[in-house]
Design a protein around this ligand. Sequence first.
Ligand SMILES: *Cc1c(COP(=O)(O)O)cnc(C)c1O
Length: 356
Amino acid sequence: MDIKVIHAPPERRKAKPTDEAKLGFGRIFTDHFFTMSYHAGRGWHDPLIEPCRPLDLHPTAMCLHYAQEIFEGMKAYRGKGGIFLFRPLENIRRMNVSAERLCMPQIDEDLFLEALRKLILLEKDWIPHGSGTSLYIRPTMIATEPALGVHPASEYLFFIITGPVGAYYPEGFSPTKIFVTEEYSRAAPGGTGNCKAGGNYAASLYASEIAKKMGYTQVLWLDAVERKYVEEVGTSNMFFVIGEELITAPLTGTILPGVTRDSVIRLAKSWGVKVAERRLSMDEVMEAIAGGALREAFASGTAAIVSPVGLIYFRGKEHPINEGKTGSLTERLYNEILKIQYGQKDDPFGWRIKID
Ligand SMILES: *Cc1c(COP(=O)(O)O)cnc(C)c1O
């Protein structure tokens, strides 16, 4: 299938932001987006890059009622010698895993990658230049069939929007304070915790708001069955350094398999760090804090790469980690991944794809 392009006329193009320090996240979008429609019996059709516009949806479009909606989050980087993507096939495959779980149609990997490449190159001038800035990319699929009654929809829209985003740490690392909830859970075994499905995030808001009101950055989720084992933090994967071991939750279906999580694990292993993907209870975390064995904690995700955790709130008490400072392994992982993403370093794992 050929991707057609309809260029936005000059008068419909927005002025590009001039102050890259004020980009922030998720507020500014580029002039064009990619769209493609699906109808049962016909499959995907009419892949198109067109001027970005509001969608035309019937009020019964099924995504609005039954949350058949999935998405991805990735970035394009303006680096040394070109424009780069970081492990895009991982995002493409993960989106197809989410699609299967939500009874939505699969997208051809090559077409998906071509759509990304074509859209990003068309919007190339929107990719900011500053260190740590990037073009955020949000592929999304929604059920558009106009019908009520719970069933898998027969019509879908796939679209990709992009927008420039600022550096996550313009003034250096700022360790976060996280709130452990034993009352609420994010994803139960057999549920959709391993999918980037909109419904997961709607269900997480309530606990996040409680945490924010109390002055904490994000929620640390425990397993939904025993409320005992560490799972994820906010929309990132969670890591602890206890003694000489780097520990993160195993992929048992209730956590999102982060691309950054996998990159952290592979890099750390390549440096000779002992990495364990295993269940880690809050009891063990508390013991390690009390005994001085807990050296670092951080979250991993595309937005920040790694985000150091400086304090944990658990059962009414605050527990500082590493005196509230960023740990050395956390910092090393951040610098290494950043340099690979921006083409400032060798890429021994073949993670970087140059698209221009
Ligand atoms: C997106 C996301 C992550 C991080 O995934 P990356 O591929 O590293 O960006 C982790 N947990 C949740 C719940 C997420 O939505």
